[in-house]
Design a protein around this ligand. Structure first.
Ligand SMILES: [Zn+2]
Length: 372
């Protein structure tokens, strides 16, 4: 679920609070204040949102109980949600509650992240070392901005796939009206909706953020604070292919879980900002990727891509769209994205080339001018 709380509004406006002038939020964060951990708090807002906001609380509220702080911050955040959004959030909360109280999980052990059982030893070791060179030692970068590596153990992939099958059967048997992962897939399931949100939170914070901080720093990779985690299913009686698109994410992780299939390659066509999303690809931007079970591909959400038809067998992929509210807020005030958009970069180079050529021409003219 996306959280659209505006940083700027949070920083500069005073909540219409009942506590008067003293309840004014600080205009800049109190950086030496260590916020509490809110991971276990059940609310419509991402726990990280509370941790961020805590540094902006007025001084006298910093030492009240954690529950009181949550109450106070929830009141503030709720005011910034428009009415329709508030209704949508409420409905979605109700939808999740229905699933959580009625759906009996098949493999309880995958609902809590257990690193040794989930990840391959090479991946775990690279994360533990937490250096750029340790990450690079397990990765390939077959095309600029695309990172592939072995990540999940076969046994975990099996369990996750059978959990999803089990969930789909439950949906079918109980005639539950399920919400699909996005507007483009008719099949598949949102993992966050049936109890896997806390597990995916940890997966993002402890295992994706270290990588995105290094490889996607300029597009919000160091400030990821929410995610949308889902499964897509391709093959007979499932989705066939997926059209050309960009993800609603800053950084996307796409992991093939299995099973036996042919086709289904991902085709990539360069990173683009909103304005240039339909511009042509340059030769170096064209790349096709073949899925390997257990292997992941990490890419910018703005890296344009699609999936070719899965021609036989069936394929399931786990996809996590990671988002950064700070980056989204900042992006609103920028026009030039030449640090990451292929087309902005190309245009900037072209401008520089023209300006250098113009300068040369001017100098040449001066040299040729006859001296009197
Ligand atoms: Zn651009």
């Amino acid at each position: 679920m996306s959280q659209n709380g505006s940083l700027e509004r949070r920083n500069t406006q005073q909540p219409n609070g009942e506590m008067g002038g003293s309840s004014r939020l600080r205009t800049s964060p109190k950086r030496d204040h260590k916020p509490e951990n809110y991971d276990d708090i059940q609310s419509e807002f991402n726990p990280l949102m509370f941790s961020y906001l805590e540094q902006y609380l007025p001084p006298h509220l910093l030492n009240i109980s954690r529950e009181e702080k949550v109450q106070y911050m929830r009141n503030i955040l709720t005011r910034y949600l428009p009415e329709t959004e508030r209704i949508r959030v409420q409905k979605h909360k109700e939808y999740r509650r229905k699933i959580l109280t009625n759906y009996p999980p098949l493999h309880k052990e995958i609902y809590i992240l257990h690193a040794e059982n989930f990840f391959t030893p090479s991946f775990l070791q690279a994360i533990e070392e937490n250096t750029e060179s340790s990450f690079k030692s397990i990765m390939a970068e077959p095309s600029k901005g695309l990172y592939t590596f072995e990540m999940l153990q076969p046994q975990f992939c099996e369990m996750l796939m059978s959990e999803v099958d089990h969930f789909e059967r439950w949906v079918h048997e109980t005639k539950f009206r399920i919400m699909r992962p996005n507007t483009m897939n008719k099949y598949g399931a949102v993992l966050d909706d049936f109890g896997l949100e806390p597990m995916l939170d940890r997966l993002m914070n402890e295992f994706i953020c270290p990588l995105s901080r290094v490889f996607f720093n300029e597009i919000g990779g160091s400030t990821l604070d929410s995610h949308h985690g889902f499964i897509v299913e391709y093959g007979v009686n499932r989705d066939v292919d997926l059209g050309f698109h960009v993800d609603d994410s800053e950084v996307s992780l796409n992991i093939c879980l299995g099973k036996a299939f042919s086709g289904g390659e991902l085709f990539f066509r360069g990173i683009r900002c909103d304005e240039h999303v339909n511009s042509e690809s340059q030769p170096g931007e064209i790349f096709d990727y073949c899925h390997v079970p257990g292997h992941a591909i990490l890419h910018s959400g703005r890296h344009r891509h699609g999936a070719r038809p899965t021609t036989s067998g069936s394929r399931m992929n786990l996809i996590i769209w990671c988002r950064s509210s700070a980056f989204r807020e900042m992006k609103k005030y920028q026009r030039d994205f030449s640090s990451w958009c292929g087309e902005c970069k190309r245009k900037k180079k072209e401008r520089e080339r023209l300006s250098v050529a113009a300068t040369k021409q001017e100098l040449l003219k001066r040299e040729l001018r006859p001296t009197s």
